[in-house]
Design a protein around this ligand. Sequence first.
Ligand code: FES
Ligand code: FES
Length: 908
Amino acid sequence: MTTQFTLNGSTVSVEPYAGERLSETLRERVGARDVKIGCNAGDCGACTVLVDGAPVCACLMPAHQAAGRSVETLGGLAKTDLDALRLAESFQNHGAAQCGICTPGMIVSAVALLREESTPSETQVQDALGGVLCRCTGYRKIIDAVIAAGSTDIPDLTMGHAGEGIRRLDGAGKVAGTEAFGDDVAPQGTLEVLVIRSPFPRAGFQFGDLDAFAQSPGIEAVLTSADIPGRNVFGVIPDFADQPVFAEDETRFRGEAVAAIVGTPEAVRAFDPSQFPVTWEERPASQTVHEAMAENAAQLHADRAGNVMCGGFVQCGDAKAALADADVTVEGNFRSGFVEHGYIEPEAGFAEIVNGRVEIHACTQAPVMDLDAMEIILGMPRELIRIIPTGVGGGFGSKLDLSVQPFLALGALKTGKPVRLTYSRTESMQSTTKRHPSDITLRIGATKEGKIKGFDFFGYFNTGAYASWGPTVANRVPVHASGPYQITDYRAESQGIHTHCPPAGAFRGFGVPQSAIAQESLFDELADKLGIDPLEFRIRNSLENHVPTVCGQVFEQGVGIKSCFEALKSAWDSERTDATAFNAENGTFKRGVGLAGGWYGCGNTSLPNPSTIKSGIRKDGTVVLHQGAMDIGQGANTVISQIYATALGIPVHQLKIVGPDTDVTPDAGKTSASRQTYVSGSAARLSGNAMRTQILAQVNAGADATLDISAGQIKITDQDTAHTIDLATLSADDEGYVLLSQETYDPPTKPLDENGQGIPYAQFGYAAHLVVVEIDTKLGTVKPLKFVAAHDVGKAINPMLVEGQVQGGIAQGLGMTLMEEYIPGRTENLHDYLIPTMGDMPPVETVIIEEPDAHGPYGAKGLGEHVLIPTAPAILNAIKNACGVRLTQVPATPSRVRAAIKDKNNGK
Ligand code: FES
Ligand code: FES
């Protein structure tokens, strides 16, 4: 039936099928791909549009209900609506769009608010935008941007060099809804792939007549492991590659792929899973590390006895002897569950065959690693595969692993036609990696003067069915479990254990947030036992320059943890005084103040970790930066460009950026382990320096000369002497560059010996968080009221983006501490799995500390992971401070907090 409505002022006529969602109509029939889909269930708000001026979730509205009505989306509003234009500027000025996938929903909701109330309060903003989820920003900059809309000018263009908090260089598309994410690139009507997945954690299975099924109307192909031309295996760490694209014989987790169908959109929509010819035999499964280590537990991988994937170990001094000599000791067992990355963009992409090559467009954090993996799976020469990343609507570690890519490539190769695939929210949550659940036992001693004496750590990490980044977690945790402190007698061991759960992989911190919970909680217990102020206790034990870490590594400069703690001192004193006064007046509600520290080594642990950055200048004076570091919202496009422009000595806005594409950008490594600012940034600095040196050498100018590149010329002013290079006179290479510079940087690390001694990372970043919480002691609810976060970033290349990372990381740490727990089969959507909303996030005061690193570009250190490491223990310490109970399991849900308070009241 024809449905007619007004879309952004123009009349459109469509013929939706019965029950078609308005979101699908808008995206797939009239091309409004600025309307984003995060859940298709009314949970995320990404699809928010205005219908007759009111915000609605387009995924919940049947298209026929739009008949005769006016529908407005960001794509239209951003062109003509004054409020939307003001919001777009304000979002950019405040850094309120990181990955940008939530931005259309946010701005559309804000337009509705501003039409009602031109000067909204914070509460009004929270009410109006509270239904839209953001996983990147921590919401505070969005609130600021909406309140300030219309009142902030567009900033003047500056040089945009290192240290300037300029707007994102790639922000315009995010606030206009034109950035193309994984589901936005396929033409309408493209064949779709649908993956058939195991309904059980462990199951045998047998296929029926797949050939007959493949003849069904609209079905173009059925894919199974038999269709894999290369090897049916992938994994991010080559020595541990163990995951099949399609399971063979037995599945190892609920949601594992066994087959896929490729068909027309109509056929895929009509597909009835019960008609697919597969029979299942459910088998006993291990869900926890202790079940998996039991004597009769099923072995997930034949060569990993006892389901032990691998372990990590660091030792210095004699921990046991020191503990025996310590004046006081504390110990505890700390547990955490699976945490879901919860990016708003589910995995998505598109593939096609172009001139005999397979081209894969997908959201990814690691295009060259994807290429490496696809070469093995497809058994094709590398030159015949091209990875063209789309915009990435959040990653946080999970989009380092393959997801849709092999299904897309196999579908395109088998049918010879373009194909697309977007995971449903449930499919995304079932099948992609998670944060490792942990089970940590820790004992720490101290002298009565308050110096650490003995530290003995053991942690089990549930790595799920496949290795993914589990070995990295196992190795990284013992290096970091000490925290940024001076500990001479130390032992830390970890083990990754396979279970029949989704693979646990990389998630902001690689196991360090879990170990920090144990260490920083027990530091408070130690300080308490010694009668020493917890902040003073930490300062007394803080790592310093010239003092060895637990791996025996000595930094001559750049150890900034003490400065971070000292920056919290005045807030620590005043907030505790205020909390004491509040508690004296209140019975049910209690306030507490907590703090914690953290550190994080940037880049791979003791492994080569290079990035390459290329730049070139064309005859017309265009300066092109081939920037292959994936920007997943954190700001790599902007920060790396700022570093390059600083080194070359030209304004950053003059750069033309060529983004990641395995055909045209050199390998800048993966966006992971907080390495891009440091490693790719260093490569960009080298490339900029080398280009500058080439230019100056042509006219024999001194190092301090200034450059002006424009209109086919480079003008060089060297003190009072002016030189000109006429670019048209230089010969161009195949890419049209008359000047070219390509440089590689690899951090100087050294392998760890059998005791974990060596140089695991060339640099660490440091952090300390303070939080004030209010607890309803009857209900067990915990409400953070304020954070103060001090971060040593070496050099803030872009202070606005630093703040954005800090706030976003704290929001994720808050979620991990208080509400997030992925339980396979139970919390597989954004309704049952809760992530922080705008109303959950209190103000954050960010304190930037700059203790320059010896290796980082202009002294800069990485930041992405550091920002949530201290958050959870700071909150747990604040809970203890407020009501006297020590939570040892996260999330600290109201039921757990209430039970702990009840136990304490009952004297348990
Ligand atoms: S896609 Fe509509 S609310 Fe999430
Ligand atoms: S910027 Fe909001 S989800 Fe990424």
